[in-house]
Design a protein. Structure first.
Length: 336
């Protein structure tokens, strides 16, 4: 199965986060056949329930190619035209899985070993698969994490801080608002104050940004609301502590400010001879830490069509990625 056929086969297996077992089983079988022919070994790395990572090793891996098997919803199957393969996960990240697998086949055909493929669950939600893998390293010196970077080597990626803002009030009949206390008005005042907080910039990563992703609250138009919530996500470019402190000061005790998740901004290993970029999204890399080696970030496809109804990946990018991954593995093996 060539890289295009494997991409379509993977896309056609629905694997929205928490439902990765079918695609993981497919990859376990596919890589098991390759390993049996080439002296490798494949294992299931249990995560939770029927969810598992897939690890394939040849020799003693000094370099690991890794990406995730899960996708965001909604699922839609693959299609193909002269230039691109379309479908959920085509660029994020099933095309990457296919190009990494094809690169492994190329390397093995050239007699290269001492590398691994690691495909994990849960990246789109909480990096559960990477967290499990971080506790089960195999001595790898370098981790090449695959995300859509247009086949450019990312020098850095922004981090993420997710916060929940909760306002409490007191219900009353809306004809007598003086008898109640509006949680929604409290929330709006707090969010306005948060929006006015200046956010930092970084010379490499650029501006820190904030998105108010959800707002909910209230019971009916004629009821003073007793509860309201908002979720905000900050794209970090450095130390999150000053932002936490500034947001806490801005809300001035009017609401609860709960931190749900914080993933730091990352700097990555560079490889001479490859074009470079900087990305604003987060990855599994912070959850891996250094347990699988020094991190690199590289993959085919554009992040601008990931998570959209127009998700696709150019066939040329897939073919180029096979060569690029093989080249990077050989360079890193020489440096390990």
């Amino acid at each position: 199965m060539n890289v295009f056929g494997l991409t379509r086969a993977l896309v056609d297996i629905e694997s929205v986060t928490e439902n990765e077992s079918h695609v993981a089983s497919f990859l376990h079988d596919h890589l098991g056949k390759l390993a049996a022919q080439t002296g490798g070994r494949v294992e299931r790395m249990q995560v939770e329930g029927d969810r598992f990572n897939v690890l394939a090793c040849w020799g003693n891996p000094a370099v690991t190619l890794s990406t995730h098997m899960d996708t965001v919803p909604p699922f839609f199957p693959s299609s193909e035209d002269a230039e691109s393969i379309w479908g959920r996960g085509s660029c994020d990240a099933k095309g990457i899985i296919a190009s990494m697998t094809a690169a492994a086949e190329k390397l093995l055909g050239e007699g290269v070993k001492n590398f691994a493929l690691l495909f994990v669950v849960g990246e789109e939600r909480n990096s559960a698969g990477a967290a499990v893998a971080a506790l089960a390293s195999r001595g790898s010196r370098y981790l090449v994490n695959g995300e859509p970077t247009e086949n450019k080597l990312a020098l850095a990626s922004k981090g993420t801080m997710r916060l929940e803002v909760v306002a409490h009030g007191r219900m009353a009949h809306s004809a007598y608002p003086e008898l109640g206390e509006s949680a929604i008005e409290k929330l709006l005042d707090a969010m306005d104050a948060i929006r006015r907080v200046p956010l930092p910039e970084d010379a490499l990563l650029g501006r820190c940004t904030m998105n108010i992703g959800t707002i909910s609250g209230g019971r009916a138009p004629n009821v003073i609301p007793d509860l309201a919530k908002a979720e905000i996500l900050v794209r970090l470019v450095g130390d999150p502590s000053p932002i936490r402190d500034a947001f806490t000061a801005a809300v001035a005790g009017r609401v609860e400010l709960n931190e749900v998740l914080c993933i730091p901004a990352m700097r990555f290993v560079n490889v001479d001879g490859l074009p470079t970029t900087v990305v604003s999204f987060t990855t599994d890399v912070p959850m891996f830490g250094r347990s699988w080696g020094e991190p690199l970030l590289l993959g085919p496809g554009s992040i601008h069509v990931a998570h959209t109804s127009e998700e696709r990946i150019a066939k040329k990018d897939l073919a180029d990625a096979v060569e690029i991954y093989a080249k990077v593995v050989k360079k890193l093996l020489a440096a390990a």
